[in-house]
Design a protein around this ligand. Structure first.
Ligand code: NDP
Ligand code: HEM
Length: 494
């Protein structure tokens, strides 16, 4: 054992004191160092998605998609790269129970030879809102009330009732898929529309789907409540033990593809994050397989320090006009600089593994890596040194035609907002699933005021009258059950 400066340590048990009974000597610097380190072991938890579980693995390309993208990783079937996952709940803090009803984050970092590509998605193909202005308010409603310091169903349903576009995601959240058994039994989605461009400079719009190769498995509220009573760490236990025991979870990466020009004519806004692209119109195209086969040796180093960002893209894969995605391109790197520090990308979880690094960022916290610009005097660019790093115009994205006036546009198409949740409710779910949806939603909104309940029923009514009636009946049935339970002791006393 050594000090952190490398000197041998004589003891790790006994403080240096004046006499056998003390007091302590201030020169026992290693004790001070030890206590000081303990005080600095926590960093800010993520503002959202604080509780998470992760693993390392390999991505292998199984199908040729070079018609759509010139990304080197997709240039040949059989190509592979390291990957790092982090799955998470959204609202709970770092110590939250794993089996709570919530959307799950689904983040994958692909360490490709052209740099790190991050897909920072969810286990749902859509989201609650479609404009970034609404994201911080939405998250407020998911976190704690400033006065009670409790989660507030009143705030959640008040907000959702004012955003009809949220009903699609709330339906998924309150459905069976709102509590997966663990991260290994759920699909993942990039959710946003992204773009790909090929060697000819042709652009396509794409959606990413990670199809779970394990069975989709979920828990009911009652099962989850029982489980949380036994363990709050069920996802971590299941994932860690599966990988440790040689059972490696897998997902197949698929894409949906839309030619660039079709975005103008396809009949809906393909950049609206509250809508899916129907499979019938845009079939899934298989791309490759992700297999997670290594538990990180140090959770904090690889998972807590992992910094995912939709801004991490590689040549051949690009953004889209989706305004939520555009806002996220800014937000994540900003969050990482606050949570982890200036050079967070030099940490082992975030540093490129397969790509050469040649950037000109200079000093600041965590500047522990050498200058990588190819020449000792090339700390700025352009410069006179031939061997120094230069930008490469061949990886430039093809130009994107934009039209329209700069303005603040509201996408008011309330009727269209109900079409897809209606398809989910009527055509994808069977009656037993609908019944559980009604009961789950009723349980979640039971504490809300009548005015919030009525506003939310009005939103459900527009999806389908059976949906509104089903939830209303379940709320009223629960209310009767609660009042009967409340009255029982009085009756006994009489
Ligand atoms: P499909 O019948 O081809 O697809 C339905 C999809 O819904 C399947 O992927 C299915 O997953 C998934 N699903 C089943 N139950 C739930 C649930 N409780 N929560 C979330 N997803 C669920 O139809 P369409 O593509 O025409 O879509 C119909 C509706 O299905 C959409 O309006 C949307 O609400 C929902 N959906 C669509 C997706 C898409 O990308 N098109 C993706 C996910 C949901 P599985 O494949 O495991 O059976
Ligand atoms: C985490 C912002 C929408 C998925 C985060 C974090 C921020 C953030 C600041 C914490 C990052 C960190 O500290 O490491 C936003 C903003 C959004 C938005 C501003 C909308 C404008 C979304 C959407 C998805 C998503 C639509 C999924 C499709 C995630 C995931 C994480 C995360 C998975 C956790 C990443 C990890 O595992 O470390 N988000 N988010 N977010 N967000 Fe978002």
């Amino acid at each position: 054992m050594t000090t952190s400066a490398g000197a041998p340590m004589p003891t790790n048990e006994t403080s240096e004191t004046a006499g056998a009974r003390g007091p302590l000597l201030m020169q026992d610097y290693q004790l001070i160092e030890k206590l000081a380190h303990q005080n600095r072991e926590r960093i800010p938890e993520r503002a959202v998605h604080a509780k998470g579980w992760g693993a390392e693995g390999t991505f292998t390309v199984t199908h040729d998609i070079s018609d759509y993208t010139c990304a080197a990783i997709f240039s040949k079937v059989g190509n592979s790269c390291d990957i790092l996952s982090r799955w998470s709940t959204v609202a709970g803090e770092l110590g939250a129970a794993d089996s709570e009803r919530d959307v799950r984050g689904f983040s994958i970092k692909f360490y490709t030879e052209e740099g790190n590509w991050d897909v920072v998605g969810n286990n749902t193909p859509i989201f609650f809102v479609r404009d970034a202005y609404k994201f911080p308010d939405f998250i407020r409603t998911q976190k704690r009330h400033p006065r009670t310091n409790l989660r507030s169903p009143e705030a959640m349903f008040d907000f959702w009732a004012a955003q009809p576009e949220s009903v699609h995601q709330v339906t998924i959240l309150m459905s069976d898929r709102g509590i997966p058994v663990n991260p290994m039994h759920m699909h993942g989605y990039g959710s946003h529309t992204y773009s790909m461009w090929n060697a000819k400079g042709e652009r396509h719009w794409v959606k990413f789907h990670f199809r779970c190769q394990q069975e989709i498995r979920n828990r009911t509220n009652e099962e989850a409540e029982r489980l949380i009573g036994q363990t709050r760490e069920s996802f971590q236990e299941d994932l860690f033990n599966a990988i440790e025991g040689g059972q490696f979870p897998k997902w197949e990466l698929n894409i949906q593809v839309m030619p660039e020009a079709d975005a103008e004519t396809c009949g809906f806004n393909p950049f609206d994050l509250t809508k899916v692209w129907p499979h019938g119109d845009y079939p899934l195209i298989p791309v490759g397989m992700l297999e997670f086969n290594r538990n990180p040796d140090n959770y904090f180093q690889m998972i807590e320090n992992a910094a995912y960002s939709p801004s991490n893209k590689i040549p051949g894969i690009g953004f889209s006009p989706d305004k939520m995605l555009q806002a996220r391109v800014f937000s994540y790197a900003d969050a990482h600089r606050y949570r982890l520090g200036t050079h967070y990308e030099a940490l082992p979880a975030n540093a490129p593994r397969a790509a050469r690094l040649h950037h000109y960022h200079k000093d600041g916290s965590m500047r522990f890596f050498p200058q990588l610009t190819g020449h000792p005097d090339a700390y700025y660019e352009p410069n006179q040194y031939e061997e120094s790093a230069r930008p490469d115009p061949s990886v430039m994205e093809p130009p994107l035609r934009i039209h329209g006036d700069a303005d603040r546009y509201r996408q008011d198409e309330a009727d269209a907002d109900y079409v897809q949740p209606r398809a989910l409710y009527l055509e994808v779910m069977d009656q037993a699933q609908r019944d559980r949806l009604h009961a789950n939603m009723a349980g979640a909104m039971a504490p809300c005021s009548d005015s919030v309940k009525e506003r939310w029923y009005a939103v459900l009514e527009k999806v389908h009258p059976d949906y509104a009636a089903g939830v209303r009946n379940a709320v009223e049935k629960d209310a009767v059950a609660i009042s009967v339970t409340d009255e029982t002791p009085t009756k006994v006393a009489e």
